[in-house]
Design a protein around this ligand. Structure first.
Ligand code: GNR
Ligand code: NI
Length: 171
């Protein structure tokens, strides 16, 4: 297992639509293992493969307090179950230190293949619903700041560029 570098905006790879996985094999499981290690190292609650530069429809997540309940989603599909939306202050490992409110449906159905390639279906609510929709967006090349005003988005990108630059100089 290894910790991979997380891409940050405005990296053009974050705009790519990711491709479906044909088979959940050991290569895909090795990718998911690296993603979970990378997510834990960065203190995130979710990570999409494109965030480490791999354009495959793979997501990992851990919403547990002890950070010992990793979940794996291959080729996920979500269906909104309500028109009711709720705002939540979102962050993203690809937009470090920026937080802003995004409105999303409060309940969605999630169909996906798990770590063993078995099909699963779940109902997501609360933070799970927020996170899976945030991650699904990454698979389509969408980052949460794309929902903000042009002004806020441009400001966020510039702040991230500055942050990455100063961190790079410190290293
Ligand atoms: O770690 C993360 N926290 C978070 C907080 C609110 C809404 C969504 C998220 S997902 C984010 C990790 C990430 O960037 N996943 O793509
Ligand atoms: Ni994100």
């Amino acid at each position: 297992m290894s910790i991979r570098t997380i891409l940050t905006v405005p990296d053009p790879r974050l705009k790519l639509a990711s491709k479906p996985v044909e088979r959940v094999d050991d290569d895909v499981r090795a990718l998911m293992d690296d993603m979970v290690e990378t997510m834990y190292a960065a203190d995130g609650i979710g990570l999409a493969a494109i965030q480490i530069g791999v354009p495959k429809r793979v997501i990992v997540m851990d919403l547990s307090d002890l950070r010992d309940e990793p979940r794996y989603f291959v080729n996920p599909v979500i269906t909104p179950l309500t028109e009711e939306v709720r705002p939540y202050s979102e962050g993203c490992l690809s937009v470090p230190e920026i937080y802003d409110e995004v409105e999303r449906p409060v309940r969605v159905k999630v169909n996906y293949l798990d770590y063993d390639g078995e099909p699963r279906e779940e109902i997501a609510e609360d933070l799970y619903a927020v996170c899976i929709q945030h991650e699904m967006d990454h698979l389509e090349g969408v980052v949460f700041i794309d929902y903000l005003s042009r002004l806020k988005r441009d400001r966020a990108v510039r702040r991230v560029q500055k942050l990455v630059k100063t961190k790079g100089e410190a290293a």
